[in-house]
Design a protein. Sequence first.
Length: 314
Amino acid sequence: MFRFEHHIALWALAVVIPLIILVFLFIQNWKKRKLKKFGNANIIERLMPNVAKNQPIVKFVLYAFAMTSLLIGIANLQYGTKLEEVKREGVDLMIALDVSNSMLTEDLSPNRLERAKRAIYQLIEKLHNDRLGIIVFAGEAYVQLPITTDYSAAKLFLETIGTDIIPKQGTAIGSAIDLAMESFDFENSTSKSIIVITDGENHEDDAVKSATAAAEMGVLVHTIGMGSEGGAPIPIYRNGKQIGFRTDNANNTVVSKLNESMLKEIATAGEGTYVRATNANAGLSIIMNEINQMEKTEFDSKSYSDYELSLIHI
């Protein structure tokens, strides 16, 4: 396990190197303008044939490399040498996130999927000793992040989530709940919950049956509805630019609406809570307040306790 002891040096690196590049470009441009005032560039080049044109670039590269190495050295890269089991108290939480095309609908800002991802990111920021896993689903469900206490990894995996991550379209909520149940470790007695974040459109399998089975195992299933009852068109993007809206076989614009009644039914069957997301509140905070009231169970988690200086230390 690696870490930097002084993170501020890395922030300095992000500022200093671009500044050095700007200064170098400014000086090079200033030299060219001065030479143009002095005389014709072709004549000057003939008068000074032995001038090394690439020498300033080489000097700049070496200087920038030296500054980068210096700042990384100041940041002091360290590596963990002792792995210990740490006792933690918390709950196990699996988030099932809908990544079907309808989640690109913009009745929530900037769209349903991005609104959900931002809320999950904010949730991760508030977690302490709880374990978190992420499942993505459309027509099929996949584990995006196995259950873990590594919140940095959770943020990294969250950033990679998009509607193109699963090619098969649909809304397989039941499959997502079943996969979440398979991801839990039932050998430990930690309290467990599933949060399904979806618009519920094009629902395919028996999600109510899956939620009922989860509740019978002591796992609460909460649902968060992304979207509005009135709905909105589903945009189509190509190379990052919107080129239109999705249409049906009759060339009519498809309007994606929140299937709120179905999500309420799933939450009731799973003995959980249903919340409709808004631009002001995505609903995760409301559900987490209820999860935090669940019994916290002690579990073992491995963590690095001792760190030593790396070879980069100066």
